[in-house]
Ligand binder design. Sequence first.
Ligand code: 13P
Length: 288
Amino acid sequence: MYTTLKEVTQTAENLNMTIGAFNAHNLEMLPEMIRAAKEMGSPIIIQTSVDTAKYIGFRVMVAVARQLAEDEMVDVALHLDHAKNFDDIKEAIDSGYTSVMYDGSQLPFKENIAKTRAVVQYAHKIGASVEGELGTIGGTEEGIHVDEIDKIYTSPDDVLEFVEETGVDALAIAIGTNHGQFKSKTEVNIPLLKEIHKVTDIPLVIHGGTGVKEEDYPELINNGIRKFNVGTELLVNWTKEAKECFAETPVNKSLRHNVIPANLAVKEIIKHKIGLFMNVNSPLKVAQ
Ligand code: 13P
């Protein structure tokens, strides 16, 4: 079923698991991403940056994701990642994206609240979900660099006010992760996550999932992470595989010989991640 972020994170809450939110960089990889979720028996969030949505076309992206959800019988939410501009958000929602992230994390707190609330009001009228962000996540995203020095961890004191005032359906938090970190792993601040989770039961979101150690997943999930973003790991491995294939394949052979192995590399990573995201060794409800 083509569904919303709110629905799939509720499923995650009920089962004490997290839902993988995987960045699609082109349409080629999309069918195998959704088939990975089908084979694992999990919902999936497909997300695109604004630039990728514009490259593919918002309505095209929606049509393909919706059709694949139906054909493969998988719960798929289509989410716009890190949007800062209301026109882009409106276009995504009007085109049929079921969820958007409004990223006001660089704004003063009150302005972040006001702008996020305006997005929530628009989205909820149409039944779309909204993810907000508090604190800043390090690294690079679509070429914009966030210096270590500019990184602000999410303050638990701000969380309740932000969630109540904005009405968001999920909250991205800064607890030490970085976007685009694929050569090393980060130290996630688990005590800070626990403090945040203590003040709210809003589904929490990890950004920069590529740089998170897999051994940290259970603690993250057991403390309220219900959406887990992974982008760079897919991008890097799709590109590596495609590069090798393009180097070996005669120029007059079908493009399938270059693209299918890259799509399958992405599928295997997603299956592996979902297997961990299902958090099978944990109790369904964590004792408080
Ligand atoms: P990575 O590309 O570092 O996995 O992060 C993905 C993400 O958080 C998208 O918003």
